[in-house]
Write a protein that binds this ligand. Structure first.
Ligand SMILES: NC(=O)c1ccc[n+]([C@@H]2O[C@H](COP(=O)([O-])OP(=O)(O)OC[C@H]3O[C@@H](n4cnc5c(N)ncnc54)[C@H](OP(=O)(O)O)[C@@H]3O)[C@@H](O)[C@H]2O)c1
Length: 370
């Protein structure tokens, strides 16, 4: 194979591996959703002979599953791994050793692992065994999908994605009007897909009271992918007849409360609501400490869905990693609630990462630099 063609084929198979890794986002606990493709050329051109993806809950890892599927065809083949293979002995042998034992000849890797037990060590095991290793192929694209895992590993808090729907005049709602439709069905389906890939969704009590949202994933076939729902609610004002409380036994609801307030806590507990003890700073729930607690509970990606006060609080404390704005074609008017951020006013330090059109609605995704 010509050297140039090798690069092209490596990128093509890695892109396929990265797409495959997306399938278990939000389902792998404290592990990232990683994919492995094993590619062999039996004379008819390179072909995928084994596929693996991190299992639900995080184990088994992708590599042993791909090796098992490839069987004897793994010998002499190339393995595409979206994250450096693990090097530490847990309940099972490290994935790097499994690749060696299977007789893999070449490993192409994408993202680097910040876990000190892994970083560089997985590749070292492979090289020591004589395996050719190519690192960093489509590393940014792979890391983008693992941002939750990487943020939790490095910053000890979840990746925070702030998602808002904005009218044409950059408003997010209308005081006293409840849920104001801003975007249409296709954009709303995208939001539900984002929910399916997150570990938790968070709103302020203002939104829970004004909109009575369910915050579940209602895409056909993905209903079981609804993540935990969290309400910042210092005084436990969440109504017992709210959609959130009424569905708390099907999809968990956590209230971040400060203080005891047994008369409120009792009925909410009886309805299936859980609590996160939170600290109060200047009359508001302390967000950095809350995020630390969420990371300790294993949540790697938190989707913040408003409202205005909550969005501003996360932005002001520089706790937002990704801003996702859906923009609708209609205006709400001067009485509307101003969006804390819009495509013409993005905080310094963010860059446009992706832009799309969903019917009459727009989509803008910004990522914090560095
Ligand atoms: N278009 C959209 O994407 C979108 C999304 C969501 C909501 N909305 C709209 O936004 C409006 C609600 O916004 P909002 O600003 O009134 O409510 P909000 O941000 O949902 O909730 C604010 C409340 O959360 C509590 N809180 C306590 N500590 C906090 C902290 N550190 N950070 C954030 N919140 C904290 C406070 O209640 P305590 O007083 O109890 O401390 C605060 O009053 C509604 O009209 C809704 O329709 C629009």
């Amino acid at each position: 194979m010509m050297p140039g063609r090798t690069d092209e084929a490596d990128r093509r198979f890695m892109a396929a591996a990265i797409r495959y890794s997306r399938r278990h986002l939000g389902l792998t606990g404290t592990n990232p959703s990683v994919a492995t493709l094993i590619v062999a050329d039996d004379g008819g051109g390179p072909a995928v002979v084994g596929r693996g993806i991190t299992s639900l809950g995080g184990r088994p890892h992708a590599e042993p599953q791909a090796i098992a599927e490839a069987g004897e065809r793994a010998r002499g083949a190339t393995a595409y791994v979206t994250l450096e293979p693990c090097a530490h002995h847990g309940r099972t042998p490290p994935c790097a050793e499994a690749l060696v034992t299977a007789g893999i000849a070449r490993v192409v890797g994408a993202a680097a692992d910040p876990d000190h037990r892994v970083s560089g060590r997985g590749y070292a095991i492979l090289r020591k065994a004589g395996i050719e290793v190519v690192e960093g192929v489509l590393a940014d694209a792979a890391a983008d999908l693992m941002r939750g895992y990487l943020t939790r590993s490095v910053k000890k808090r979840p990746q925070v994605i702030l998602k808002l729907a904005l009218s044409a005049d950059a408003k997010i709602g209308l005081e006293g009007a409840g849920q104001v439709p801003i975007t249409a069905a296709i954009a709303r389906s995208q939001v539900h897909a984002m929910r399916a890939e997150a570990d938790a969704i968070l709103v302020g009590i203002g939104t829970a009271l004004a909109d009575d949202p369910s915050l579940t994933c209602r895409l056909p076939g993905l209903e079981a992918r609804s993540p935990v729902r969290i309400v910042i609610d210092r005084k436990m004002r969440l109504p017992l007849d709210s959609a959130l409380v009424q569905t708390a036994r099907q999809v968990p609801v956590l209230v971040t409360a400060a203080g005891d307030m047994q008369e409120r806590r009792g009925p909410l507990t009886a309805a299936g609501v859980g609590f996160i003890a939170a600290e109060v700073h200047e009359d508001h729930i302390a967000l950095p400490e809350l995020l630390e607690d969420l990371a300790e509970r294993g949540y790697a990606t938190l989707l913040v869905e408003g409202g205005a006060f909550t969005a501003e609080a996360f932005l002001a404390e520089e706790l937002v990693d990704r801003i996702v704005l859906f923009t609708g074609p209609e205006k709400i008017g001067p009485r509307g609630i101003a969006a804390p951020v819009d495509p013409d006013h993005i905080p310094a330090g963010f860059s446009l990462h992706r832009q799309a059109v969903f019917g009459a609605d727009g989509y803008f995704e910004y990522v914090r630099n560095g």
